[in-house]
Unconditional design. Structure first.
Length: 50
């Protein structure tokens, strides 16, 4: 998240838009991995109770 904030700040001061795009991609990949892991853990916890 910090990378995205820094990228936006740098973009406003004249840096390349690629830094903002890279920040967005890294954030999206991280959120995807988090959601995938949480779903997997919930599925495993649900089958362990049975």
């Amino acid at each position: 998240m910090l990378l995205l904030v820094v990228a936006v700040r740098d973009y406003r001061s004249g840096a390349s838009v690629l830094w903002v795009a890279a920040g967005v991609v890294i954030l999206a990949v991280t959120l995807y991995a988090l959601v995938r892991d949480v779903r997997r853990l919930r599925a495993e916890a649900g089958t362990a109770d049975r």
